[in-house]
Design a protein around this ligand. Structure first.
Ligand code: ADP
Ligand code: MG
Length: 257
């Protein structure tokens, strides 16, 4: 049922890479303003799950609904699924801002050019307007002075903050973060978490894969523990971190510290 307060609904998602079943029926609902943290060991399927939400990976079965609109899929003839309407995928994807572990900035463009590229060339926003928005966003992430710098001249933390500004520039309904600090030197983690924390406190809807447990506990209102492609346990952060039930989750939490 269409529910406009529902930002993302994933239902019974399966993903298989050849013989390997990576997601085995994962369901998740994020309402507007939710900050959902996804935790779990390496290889548990966290990245694949995020990538299926914006169709960077095609699910083998299950549905993804964005803002009440289900992504229409059809059989691909090889036991998998493919989008029934590519334009729908493009349109819905433009409501999702994605920030990856590796910063993925376009190296041949300045910070400002990175931030205005999609707004100007894909969303057809007038350039002067896109620049004004980009400058506001760069101020928010503390990078206004670096707007004409090329990514190679920035620290990892600055590059990741630029990547966040770029993702915000499309005015997404939901932000998806995949371990945004795990490629950073330890002393640069804080500046990136601080930007993401501000977004969370503004009640921006987000799904965040992270190894930063203290941060996940602080900013999220729902935590999902993935194990072996399934949700092993989920709940509010106080319950997940303060009173975990599953032995696997207990073991995972104690292994992180
Ligand atoms: P996580 O992000 O939790 O570490 P991933 O979603 O990256 O886990 O990976 C889950 C499993 O899927 C791993 O075993 C990984 O090797 C496998 N996998 C991920 N992407 C691919 C791919 N494109 N082709 C084959 N196997 C993949
Ligand atoms: Mg991953």
């Amino acid at each position: 049922m269409a529910d406009s307060a529902q930002a993302i609904e994933v239902s019974n998602l399966h993903k298989r890479f050849g013989p390997l079943e990576v997601l085995k029926g994962v369901s998740l609902t994020a309402r507007q303003g939710d900050v959902v943290a996804i935790i779990g060991g390496s290889g548990s399927g966290k990245s694949t799950f995020l990538r299926c939400i914006n169709m960077l990976e095609l699910p083998t079965a299950g549905t993804v609904t964005i803002h009440g609109e289900e992504i229409a899929m059809k059989k691909d003839g090889h036991g998998g699924l493919m989008p029934a309407d590519r334009r729908q995928v493009q349109r819905l994807r433009s409501q999702l801002g994605m920030v990856f572990q590796s910063f993925n900035l376009w190296q041949h463009m300045t910070v400002l050019q990175n931030v205005i590229e999609v707004p100007v060339h894909v969303l057809k926003i007038p350039k002067d307007k896109a620049i004004a928005t980009a400058e506001t966003l760069l101020k928010r992430v503390g990078l206004f002075e670096k707007r004409d710098a090329y990514p190679a001249f920035l620290s990892g933390g600055q590059q990741q903050r630029a990547a966040i500004a770029r993702a915000l520039a499309i005015q997404p309904l939901v932000m998806l973060f995949d371990e945004p600090t795990s490629a950073l030197d330890p002393e640069l983690v804080g500046e990136v978490l601080s930007v993401i924390g501000d977004l969370a406190r503004e009640k921006r809807t987000m799904i965040l894969v992270t190894h930063e447990m203290k941060f996940a506990r602080e900013v999220s209102n729902h935590v999902v523990f993935l194990h072996n492609g399934m949700i092993e346990e989920q709940g509010p952060p106080e319950a997940i971190f303060g009173a975990p039930k599953s032995e696997r989750l207990k073991k995972f939490i104690s292994s992180i510290h």
